[in-house]
Design a protein around this ligand. Sequence first.
Ligand SMILES: [Zn+2]
Length: 179
Amino acid sequence: MHGSFPITYDPGVIKPPPLRTLLEDAAFRRYMKTLPSLPDNLSWGKPWAVIALRTDGKWMMGKFGQYGQAWQMTVRLIRDTDIEDVSLVSRRRLFAPPTRTEDYKVRVRARGLTAAKIETRTREVPVLAHLIEYPYAWCVRCRRPSSFEQFTRHHAIPRNVPLDEGAPRCVFCGMRLAS
Ligand SMILES: [Zn+2]
């Protein structure tokens, strides 16, 4: 890990369930351990970051070229008792909450026919909806439920970038709350 930000955690911020707790959920663990697809034109350099909050309130960030490297660092930090929470952040691609395709059957009665027939259709079902409950929301960069708060300064956003203070941002990565 390199780069430690001398900004302390705002105690007023609502803390989401830590990643180590979220990973106890089988569906979330499967999601995190699956290599996310990144198109070639977004894979250059270091498209992944790990942002960690230490128990003393300081933030740390490291950038990684491969998802596997970022995941290994995330696992190391989860086991570290000096780390309160950690996010594995996608720096270039945004990820909507994952879904899976589900088949379902409907009874349709065609015009002019007396007998109804059963048709199989498909729909997208959210996989992690049980983890994304108010006041937490899905962060499209952290790829996890997170807290969104208003900041005047944010550890993940350069100081010369003006913050529109009304917009809630992810406490880990600074992403605006998707509406
Ligand atoms: Zn985030």
